[in-house]
Design a protein around this ligand. Structure first.
Ligand code: KIV
Length: 262
């Protein structure tokens, strides 16, 4: 079984950490069979699974339901539940209660939390009560309106210094790993070199200790485009469409089901 300690040890051994998202049983089982280190039940389920424009409408109940399903499928990887918008911002008590639900009700081993400079205490509080925390910094999608769009973070030297300071603070607060989303490659490398805990990048270049993608993006299982940092390894949406079109044609032309003698 993978644990946050195993993930931390990977930084020392220099072996890259593989994290992918899952929201359902079949994808989660697939990731586990391949041997990914971390299965993230991301709040991207709001857009990828439920078709919203942002992750903001995702509720704790949505997250608990999907995390339960994923936990049932996973035998080796760590399952991490993503704290959705307004599940930790209101008060420390709410943050503790909601983070606890991921471990107590949904079978996750850790939580991921989007963290800005004013929110480092949340990491500390959760770690204090025994909940392993992966901090998510850089571009934090729950703050998309405040940030003003999907923008690369840490581009100026001031922004770079701020991001490095935040990464150091979440490490100090006890996070076992940190996701760097849409960060300049330069700042991602500087953070990776400076921290003892691993960095896991998404759109943050090749120097992070691991990489995460939304599984549907890498499988080509999307409607519309994918971010330009994604490499698409399959054409699943197209292949499924072809198969379903063929089924439709076969039924219409009486080719399916085939007649056979009973
Ligand atoms: O919600 C999510 O899936 C994420 C990853 C893309 C890092 O936060």
């Amino acid at each position: 079984m993978n644990t946050p300690q195993h993930i931390k040890a990977k930084k020392t051994s220099g072996s890259k950490i593989i994290m992918l998202t899952a929201y359902d049983f079949i994808v989660a089982r697939l990731l586990d069979e391949v041997g990914v280190d971390i299965v993230l039940v991301g709040d991207t389920l709001g857009s990828v699974f439920a078709g919203h424009d942002t992750t903001l409408p995702v509720s704790m109940d949505d997250m608990i339901y999907h995390t339960k399903v994923v936990s049932k499928a996973v035998q080796s990887a760590i399952v991490i539940g993503d704290m959705p918008f307004m599940s930790y911002q209101e008060s420390m008590e709410t943050a503790r209660r909601n983070a606890g639900r991921f471990l107590k009700e949904a079978g996750a081993q850790a939580v991921k939390v989007e963290i800005g400079l004013g929110q480092v205490e949340i990491v500390k509080e959760l770690v204090k009560i025994g909940i392993p925390v992966m901090a998510h910094i850089g571009f934090t999608p729950q703050s998309v309106y405040q940030i003003g769009g999907y923008r690369i973070q840490g581009k100026t030297s001031e922004a770079e210094a701020q991001l490095l300071e935040l990464a150091e603070k979440v490490q100090e607060a006890g996070a076992f790993a940190v996701v760097l989303e849409l960060c300049s490659y330069k700042v991602a490398k500087a953070i990776t070199d400076s921290l003892q805990i691993p960095t896991i990048g998404i759109g943050a270049g090749p120097d992070c200790d691991g990489q995460v993608l939304v599984t549907q993006d890498l499988l080509g299982m999307t409607v519309g485009g994918v971010p330009n940092f994604v490499k698409t390894y399959a054409t699943i949406f197209k292949d499924m469409k072809q198969a379903i079109t063929q089924f439709k044609k076969d039924v219409q032309s009486h080719k399916f089901p085939e007649s056979f003698s009973e």
